[in-house]
Ligand binder design. Structure first.
Ligand code: 4AZ
Length: 724
C-alpha cells in the first residue's frame, strides 16, 4: 500500500509500510524541481524529524490511524538491492513451515543459469519466537562481488545496517554457507550482471530462537563454539562461557578456528563482533590464538552486533598444573606446549615468540638487534628474519650504495635510472617508472618482441605490453572454488589445488605427482619415468593420470586419463637430478571444472624472491619412514636464497634447481611428492608453478631443504615441446 503524505513544505512523499512490531517502510520522495538547496535537506535527522511530524499530524487522513510510532530509524541501502513493493519481477515471499519442515528455494533458472541483470528479492518470514535458518546446498554465482552478489539481511528491508552476509563466487561443498537470522524475518537480495552462472539453492526453515548461550564449563577439558558453529553465528547475540577448574589448576584455551571478520573494518579495534577474555577483545581472522588464565576461572565473552556475521570460532580448553604446565616440554607464554628442541632455533614455534626470547645465541647463530637469535645462514638473504631487519643491514654495501639481488653493490643513484646496472637487473625492478622497449636477459619479452622492465607482468591484470600479450593465456592459477583459509592441519581442501594430479603406475597406485598446464599437458619430474630393472616407468602405457583427486580412494568427479607420450628433458642427469622435468601428453583432453584447473607457467624472467612463502602439495610419504598420504597434503615452505641453498647442499644445486623449505627441518616434500608442484602466489594474484618436487637429503631434516626443478630455467623447453 502506498500512502501519499506531504513532507514539510515542498516535496511529496509516498510511504508504504508492512510488519507488526517493526514496520518496514519504503519512502519515495518526489521532488518536483530538484535543486541542490532542496537536496541538502535530505539528512538523516531532517527526514526522521519530518516523518515524526507527518505521522503525528496526518495520521487521520493517511490510513495510519491505529498506528502508534515509538521510534523511527533510517539507514542507507544499496540502490540495487532496493525494490519497490509494486515491482513484482523476481520478487518472492515465503513463510516457513511451522513444524520446522525444510523448504527448498533456488535462484531463477537454477541450475541451468540465472537471468542476467536481475534484481531478485526473497522475503522470508517465520513464526514469532523462531529464527530463520538458511543453509545453501549450492552457491555458484560469478566471482565478482561488485556486480554479482547475494546479500542476506536480518530484516525485511535491504538496509546496510542489517546485512548478515554478502557473498559471491563458487563455494565448494566443504565450505558451505549457512546463516541464521536473529528475529523471525529475513531477506535475500540477489543481484546479477551480464554473465549467467548456475546460481544458488538454499534450504529455508525456522528453528526456535536460542534462549541463551551462556554456559558454565567445569570439566578439566572441553570445547566450546560460537552459536551454530560451523554455520555463521547470528547477529545481535551475547554469550558467556565461565570455565571453572579446581583451585590449584589454571586454564589453557586454544582457538582452532577464529573468524570474526567484517568487510572494510579495521580489526585493530574490535568495536563490532568480538571475543573478550580478561578485558582484551579479539576479532578479525586469526591463524592461531592461545591464552592462559591467571586463576582457576576464566570468562570468555562473545558479542555480535546487528550487521555482518561470520563463521565464528571453535575453542578447546584444558586445565593444567601451573607448577608443571608442560611435562617434558617447553611452556610458551600463550599456553602452548612445544618440544624443547624447538626453543632458540630462530623459528617462532609458540606463535608469540616466547620460545625465542632469553636465548643465548649459539656459535652458528646471529644476534639480532632485538635480542633474537637466528641462524647465521639467514644473514643477508633478503628476508627480514629478525623482524627489525638487523639481519639485512651491513650486508656489504655502504649507505651510498644499493645492493643488487645477486649481492653486488651499485651506487644508489643508479637504482631505477632506466639502465640495468646489476647483472640480474634487480636495480630496475619495482621502480615507479617502468621502462618499455629495452630488452635484456632480465626483462619480460612481449609477443611483439618489445620488452618491459615491469617485474612479473604476466597475468597481473595490468596491461604492461603494448600488445597486451602479458595478459593473454591467463585462465590459469586460480581456484574456481572459494576457500576459507583453513587454520592448522595439512589436509588440503577439495579443489584447493586444482592443478595437482596423481600419477598411478600400473597396479602400484600413486607413484608421483604432476601439475596440469593445459587440457592436454601435465608437467612432472623426469626421475619418475626412468626404466628400472623391475619396471618400465618410461612406458606411457603403464601410467594413468588422476585429476581432481582429493582422497586416493574417492573417485568422485575425478578425471582419469591415459598418457599418450612422456617426454623427459634430454639433459636430465640421473646422478645429479639436473634438468629433472618431464612432460606428459594426455590421450584425451581434460574438462576443466571446479576441481580441475591449470596452474600458470612463469615467464623465464619471473622472480620468486627468497623468503617468499609457497606451497608444496602431494600424496607423498608422511615422514621419511611414514606411509603415503590418503588425503592430498599441503605444506607452506619458503624460497631459500641460492647462496644459502648452495652452502647447505655443498654445491649440488645447479642453475636448474632451487631450494625451498626450512633449514630447521620439520616441513618438506618427501618421496611420492616428486613431480608435484611448488606453487607460489603474490599479493592474491594467480598461482605460478615455481618448482617441481625433485629431490632432497631425506625429508624434513635439519639443514636439508627440499630441492625443486626451477621452472623459470626450464620454461623455454616446455614452450618448444608443447607450444604453451
Ligand atoms: C623422492 O624420493 C624425494 N625432501 C622427493 C623430495 C624430497 C626427498 C625425496 C625432498 O622422491
Amino acid at each position: 500500500m502506498w500512502s501519499q503524505l506531504l513532507f514539510g513544505s515542498f516535496p511529496m512523499i509516498y510511504i508504504s509500510c508492512e510488519g507488526s512490531t517493526v514496520a518496514y517502510c519504503w519512502i519515495r520522495f518526489l521532488i518536483p524541481n530538484a535543486n541542490s538547496s532542496a537536496l541538502s535537506l535530505f539528512t538523516e535527522s531532517q527526514i526522521t524529524g519530518s516523518l515524526r511530524g507527518i505521522t503525528r499530524s496526518s495520521a487521520g487522513s493517511s490510513g495510519l490511524e491505529n498506528i502508534r510510532i515509538t521510534s523511527i530509524s533510517l539507514s542507507p541501502a544499496d540502490p540495487r538491492t532496493v525494490k519497490e513493493p509494486t515491482d513484482k519481477s523476481c520478487a518472492f515471499s515465503y513463510y516457513a513451515d511451522p513444524s520446522g519442515k525444510k523448504i527448498i528455494l533456488s535462484s531463477p533458472g537454477f541450475p541451468s543459469g540465472y537471468p542476467t541483470n536481475a534484481r531478485c528479492q526473497y522475503l522470508l518470514r517465520a513464526e514469532r519466537g523462531s529464527v530463520i535458518s538458511l543453509a545453501f546446498t549450492t552457491f555458484n554465482i560469478r566471482d565478482n562481488c561488485q556486480d554479482d552478489f547475494l546479500t542476506v539481511f536480518n530484516s525485511l528491508s535491504s538496509d546496510r545496517g542489517n546485512i548478515i552476509t554478502e557473498q559471491c563466487g563458487n563455494r565448494p561443498p566443504t565450505n558451505p554457507l549457512a546463516v541464521f537470522s536473529s528475529g523471525n524475518v529475513a531477506l535475500i537480495a540477489f543481484i546479477t550482471s551480464s554473465i549467467s552462472y548456475p546460481g544458488f539453492q538454499v534450504v529455508f526453515s525456522q528453528v526456535p530462537k536460542l534462549t541463551g548461550c551462556d554456559q558454565t564449563l567445569t570439566s578439566d577439558l572441553g570445547n566450546f563454539t560460537s552459536p551454530y558453529y560451523p554455520s555463521f553465528y547470528p547477529p545481535n547475540i551475547d554469550c558467556k562461557w565461565t570455565i571453572q577448574v579446581p583451585s590449584h589448576l589454571r586454564i589453557r584455551v586454544q582457538f582452532y578456528m577464529f573468524r570474526l571478520k567484517e568487510p572494510g573494518m579495521n580489526h585493530d579495534t574490535c568495536n563490532k563482533d568480538y571475543v573478550e577474555i580478561a578485558s582484551v577483545k579479539y576479532c578479525g581472522e586469526r591463524s592461531f590464538l592461545g591464552l592462559i588464565s591467571s586463576g582457576p576461572t576464566l570468562e570468555v565473552k562473545f558479542h555480535s552486533d546487528a550487521s555482518f556475521t561470520d563463521k565464528g570460532f571453535l575453542a578447546e580448553y584444558s586445565a593444567y598444573d601451573p607448577q608443571n604446565p608442560c611435562p617434558g616440554q617447553f611452556a610458551c607464554s600463550n599456553g602452548l606446549c612445544i618440544s624443547v628442541s624447538l626453543t632458540c632455533d630462530g623459528w617462532n614455534d609458540c606463535g608469540d615468540l616466547s620460545d625465542e626470547r632469553n636465548c643465548v645465541c649459539s656459535s652458528d647463530q646471529f644476534h639480532c638487534d632485538n635480542g633474537l637469535c637466528k641462524p647465521r645462514l639467514w644473514l643477508c638473504d633478503h628476508s627480514n628474519d629478525c623482524g627489525d631487519n638487523s639481519d639485512e643491514k651491513q650486508c656489504g654495501c655502504n649507505s651510498e650504495q644499493w645492493k643488487c639481488n645477486n649481492e653486488v653493490c651499485i651506487p644508489r643513484i643508479k637504482k631505477c635510472d632506466g639502465q640495468p646496472d646489476c647483472a640480474d637487473f634487480s636495480d630496475e625492478a619495482d621502480c615507479a617508472n617502468v621502462t618499455v622497449g629495452v630488452c635484456t636477459d632480465f626483462t619480460y619479452q612481449c609477443k611483439n618482441g618489445a620488452c618491459t622492465s615491469q617485474v612479473n607482468p604476466e597475468c597481473d591484470q595490468k596491461r604492461d605490453c603494448e600488445d597486451g600479450s602479458d595478459e593473454e593465456s591467463c585462465n590459469c592459477g586460480v581456484r574456481p572454488y572459494k576457500h576459507n583459509r583453513i587454520v592448522g592441519g595439512t589436509d588440503a581442501d577439495v579443489g584447493e589445488w586444482p592443478w595437482q594430479v596423481s600419477l598411478h603406475f600400473g597396479r602400484q597406485g600413486h607413484t608421483c605427482g604432476a601439475s596440469i598446464i593445459s587440457k592436454h599437458w601435465l608437467v612432472s619430474a623426469a626421475h619418475c619415468f626412468q626404466r628400472t630393472r623391475e619396471a618400465n616407468y618410461a612406458d606411457a602405457r603403464n601410467w594413468n593420470t588422476y585429476s581432481g583427486l582429493h582422497g586416493q580412494r574417492d573417485m568422485q568427479n575425478v578425471q582419469v586419463r591415459g598418457v599418450k607420450s612422456i617426454t623427459t628433458h634430454p639433459l636430465y642427469n640421473h646422478n645429479t637430478f639436473d634438468y629433472d622435468i618431464a612432460l606428459l601428453e594426455l590421450k584425451e583432453p581434460l574438462v576443466f571444472s571446479n576441481i580441475i584447473h591449470p596452474i600458470c607457467l612463469p615467464a623465464r624472467t619471473h622472480i620468486f624472491p627468497s623468503g617468499m612463502s609457497c606451497w608444496v602439495t602431494g600424496w607423498g610419504l608422511l615422514g621419511e619412514n611414514g606411509q603415503l598420504a590418503r588425503m592430498l597434503q599441503k605444506a607452506e615452505v619458503k624460497i631459500i636464497n641460492d647462496t644459502v641453498c648452495n652452502s647447505v647442499t655443498r654445491g649440488q644445486v645447479t642453475p636448474r634447481m632451487l631450494c625451498s623449505g626450512y633449514l630447521t627441518g620439520g616441513v618438506d616434500a618427501c618421496q611420492g611428492d616428486s613431480g608435484g608442484p611448488l606453487a607460489c602466489s603474490q599479493n592474491g594474484g594467480p598461482w605460478f608453478l615455481c618448482g617441481i618436487v625433485s629431490w632432497g637429503e631425506g625429508c624434513a631434516r635439519k639443514n636439508n631443504p627440499g630441492i625443486y626443478s626451477r621452472m623459470t630455467e626450464l620454461r623455454e623447453w616446455v614452450k618448444i615441446q608443447t607450444g604453451l
